[in-house]
Design a protein around this ligand. Structure first.
Ligand SMILES: Cc1ncc(COP(=O)(O)O)c(C=O)c1O
Length: 384
């Protein structure tokens, strides 16, 4: 085990050296079927030809240019992204946490400019995950992540998902925004109920509270629609993306519709690397593949197939949740032991929540044969 990194991850004892499609290969040449996509990042798998070509072409022209100048690649990416998202404008950054920081700044300034002091509370959900910076941790509704790092950014309030009455109370006159994941990822893949999202949209619209969706894990097509919140028939004032947005290059995006797209002005916010041409080139290539009706339908179909197969794996699997290729299975045993056995047998999956949940975030290009292959191995592990 390496002694050079800070000890922030439970790293598994495997060293990957290359990838191809839905497979990774370790230093010994052993093949692993990837049901994790680097936690929803490698959405087009490994070494996708469109991403390789885009990166190569851009690398031969320009690595980086300051945001104080124009850049055609970044501009094209921003235009394609806002069109795919049906939003007006975007701020580009490098990670999910940064995208969420920007969303929080937009919410605060929107309300301050319009209503003055005292309307700065951002309501988020218990069980949510919004990032690791102090402010995005403050927004995260999980006590276990809060120990050791206070004091936190003030002005966040948490509501139990699904509790419409609690939501009504929380969205009071001190609130500027509601910030939610349509499908909570880290806490165990929990899609919000339709009633809860409908109530949220109604209360927010009525009170000029910004409805903001963190789509960092569930967005960019993973649920079978470009954004997961689209499946609830609502519109967002602000939405954040990162992870799979450029298929593996670091990029984050804060998108805003008509209400909030002009809140930030020059000097209000910035990011040295945000919209970097290399990431933007891969973002264009990834969007060209993903933002296509037939491709998104394929994600939904393959997800339904995957889910049905998991549901058939009883009694070891006690519950199955999720949408598209964002799925979770609760086990009647410890998930970490199962993950280690899967690794040994050449399958990569993830855990989520409190220890008995397996999470699956395979690349969108996964085939039904590969789903069968990986789940046959899972079946064997669960029975062993
Ligand atoms: C829903 C959600 N929001 C925010 C983040 C933070 O993203 P990043 O690790 O890129 O900062 C994550 C990461 O897992 C996430 O799942």
């Amino acid at each position: 085990m390496s002694d050079v990194f800070m000890n922030t991850y439970h790293r598994l004892p495997v060293t990957f050296t290359s990838g191809d499609g839905c497979c990774l290969f370790d230093v010994n040449g052993k093949r692993y079927l990837d049901f994790s996509s680097g936690i929803a990042v490698n959405c087009l798998g490994h070494r996708h030809p469109a991403l390789l070509a885009a990166l190569d072409a851009q690398a031969n022209k320009l690595f980086h240019v300051s945001n104080y100048y124009q850049c055609d690649t970044s501009e094209t990416f921003a235009r394609k992204l806002t069109a795919a998202a049906k939003m007006k404008k975007v701020f580009l950054c490098n990670s999910g946490a940064e995208a969420n920081e920007c969303a929080c700044k937009i919410a605060r300034k929107y309300s301050l400019a319009k209503y003055g002091e005292g309307r700065h509370t951002i309501v988020t959900l218990k069980g949510s995950f919004h990032g690791r910076t102090i402010t995005t941790l403050s927004a995260t509704g999980q006590d276990r992540l809060h120990k050791d790092f206070g004091p936190f950014t003030e002005g966040f309030r948490f509501v139990e998902p699904g509790d419409v009455n609690a939501l009504k109370t929380a969205l009071d006159a001190s609130t500027c925004a509601l910030f939610i994941e349509a499908i909570q990822g880290e806490s165990g893949v929990f899609p919000q109920s339709a009633e809860f999202i409908a109530a949220a949209a109604e209360i927010c619209a009525k009170n000029d509270i910004l409805l903001m969706f963190d789509e960092i894990q569930c967005g960019m097509g993973r649920s079978g629609t470009f954004f997961a919140f689209e499946q609830y028939g609502v519109k967002a004032d602000v939405a954040t993306l990162a992870k799979g947005l450029a298929g593996g290059l670091p990029v984050g995006a804060t998108l805003a519709g008509e209400t909030a797209c002009d809140v930030l002005g020059a000097g209000d916010h910035g990011s040295t690397f945000g919209g970097n041409p290399l990431a933007a080139a891969c973002g264009i290539a990834a969007l060209d593949v993903v933002n296509d009706a037939a491709f998104l339908k394929g994600i939904a179909e393959k997800g339904a197939y995957f889910k049905k197969k998991l549901e058939a794996m009883k009694p070891e699997i006690t519950d199955v949740r999720g949408m598209g290729l964002m799925l979770a299975a609760d086990l009647n045993m410890d998930a970490r032991t199962v993950l280690e056995k899967l690794l040994d047998r050449g399958v990569l999956a993830l855990s989520a929540g409190e220890g008995r949940t397996l999470r699956f975030l395979p690349p969108y290009i996964i085939s039904k044969e590969q789903i069968d292959e990986g789940l046959a191995i899972l079946g064997g592990v669960l029975k062993s």
